[in-house]
Write a protein that binds this ligand. Structure first.
Ligand code: ZN
Length: 501
């Protein structure tokens, strides 16, 4: 990073006088301007998964600089529009409204942006006052989204192109990405750099949703974008916090953690043929000054949600039982319905949730959206994975390991009928397992199992589920439940007895 600091450490006056000497220390080459350096501050966020909490601070900071006449850009590196009640209830539009108010300059499509389907995503894009970009998402060879955008600051041209992880094609609900092809990130970058150079760009940014996780194959990591001509990669997807970024060749790569806990800041200065760039991170905390206009906007959004939560989404002739002591010791009509909805939504062999994910009963009568959210308040994503029968047995054993104590880890499921002996030693309590249609459960077979992301990452001690393969992301738990209720009437007054002594 040493070579990147040469402008920030010296005053402008000194810089003008001694520029030639200073620059011999070797900043990156680029453009042809004669006046003072052009300074731009870029704020960036990524992987917020529906959280709006950083926006008042981000907006305050941006406005503070704008009021001093400084140039500010704000980018989102993907996975913003889905994930919390506030976003999911409006199929993403509440987040778009907020981002419009804050004054974003661009956003790349994250893999979870596809959760609502491409048509809805294009609709959301049309509501945005800024471009939603991705240059490697194709349908029949034609880009689905705007590929890039060019911004002008005092004679400087900044080109920004978007790249989303090709791993979207095997990690998202196959229905929402049907017909889409994801081009190779590096080939895309080479194509776009050529294009943006032809258009005379002085500074090129790849707004990426690739990440740097070792789980991703190397060609799908952000390093693949560190090619000649890409000055900055603003990245997301791996939820990595890079406090000062990292430099690969002449490319600075930045990413700002996850869940609106940090705001990334990149400062760039461009003078004649020279570019200086440096990165840091703002930790979001209550002590930071907030933009009250944005705070009010968030409150307004929450109020409009009240209208949606009172909407009727289903009907039950019976009380749907979700009391703590019930769902943590036995299956109930509600735990059956929820796990059935997950199995149905993902077309899986089996589905799992822990009893602790069910937070309330639903009274007989009309069911409102709000009641569903009281029962399932965590906006958990449903995922599927492939695991073998032995791992499923380990999960079933873990689910009854503390029985009869009413604990959150008690396992609820669809697709199986299980008997157990509560007096047998822990990890040896399951006495019989068959598929719910009576067919044989085979410990050597691989099954497609749906579960909440919480379990998939080893929550409630289900670490054996971390070994799952071919993970695919679907929508939220409440969305699956509501869709299921729309076509499947409630017929059981009690639990079916899927797990018995
Ligand atoms: Zn992602």
């Amino acid at each position: 990073m040493k070579q990147l600091k040469c402008f920030s450490k010296i005053s402008k006056l000194f810089l003008i006088i001694s520029l030639t000497i200073t620059l011999l220390s070797g900043c990156t080459k680029s453009t042809k301007h004669e006046e003072l350096p052009i300074n731009i501050t870029i704020f960036h966020v990524n992987d917020r998964h529906g959280r709006m909490s950083a926006e008042p601070y981000l907006s305050y900071k941006a406005n503070e600089l704008r009021s001093k006449g400084e140039s500010v850009m704000i980018f989102d590196a993907g996975d913003a529009l889905h994930g919390q009640i506030e976003t999911n209830l409006t199929s993403g539009s509440s987040m778009v409204q907020l981002m419009n108010e804050v004054g974003y300059n661009g956003m790349v499509v994250g893999n979870h942006e596809f959760t609502y389907g491409v048509d809805r995503l294009l609709e959301l894009s049309s509501m945005m006052d800024f471009p939603l970009i991705a240059s490697n998402v194709m349908r029949s060879g034609i880009p689905v989204f705007q590929e890039y955008n060019i911004f002008y600051y005092s004679g400087i041209k900044i080109g920004v192109f978007g790249v989303v992880t090709p791993e979207t094609s095997n990690s998202m609900d196959p229905r929402v990405i049907a017909g889409l092809d994801f081009d190779d990130p590096q080939e895309t970058a080479i194509r776009l750099v050529t294009q943006l150079k032809e258009e005379g760009c002085d500074f090129i940014i790849a707004l990426a949703h690739l990440g740097d996780s070792s789980v991703s194959s190397p060609e799908n990591r952000s390093d693949a974008l560190a090619i000649s001509g890409v000055d900055l990669v603003i990245d997301g997807h791996s939820h990595s916090l890079l406090p000062v970024g990292r430099t690969v060749g002449n490319t600075l790569i930045v990413q700002a953690g996850e869940f609106a806990e940090h705001i990334g800041v990149v400062k760039i200065s461009i003078y004649n043929d020279w570019i200086d760039k440096s990165a840091n991170i703002i930790i979001v905390s209550d002590d930071l000054p907030k933009d009250t206009h944005i705070l009010n906007k968030i409150n307004e959004i929450k109020q409009t949600l009240e209208g949606i939560t009172s909407q009727v989404v289903g009907y039950t002739p019976y009380l749907l039982k979700g009391e703590r002591d019930d769902v943590r010791t036995e299956d109930t009509n509600l735990s059956n319905l929820i796990t059935d909805s997950m199995q149905w939504y993902t077309q899986s062999d089996i589905s799992f949730i822990s009893g602790g994910s069910i937070r309330a009963s639903i009274p007989a009568g009309n069911i409102t959206y709000g009641q569903v959210l009281t029962t399932m308040p965590y906006s958990n994503l449903i995922i599927t994975m492939e695991i073998n029968g032995t791992t499923i047995m380990q999960a079933l054993e873990h689910g009854v390991s503390l029985y009869p104590e009413p604990v959150g880890l008690f396992l609820q499921f669809a697709g199986l009928l299980v008997t157990f002996n509560p007096n047998a030693p822990v990890e040896n309590r399951i006495t019989n397992v068959v598929m719910s249609d009576g067919s044989t459960f085979d410990i050597n077979r691989t099954y497609k199992v749906a579960m909440l992301e919480f379990l998939a990452v080893g929550g409630d001690g289900y670490t054996m589920l971390q070994t799952g393969q071919n993970i695919v992301y679907y929508g939220g738990d409440a969305e699956a439940f509501i869709n299921y209720l729309a076509t499947n009437p409630v017929i059981n007054e009690e639990g079916e007895g899927r797990i018995t002594e």
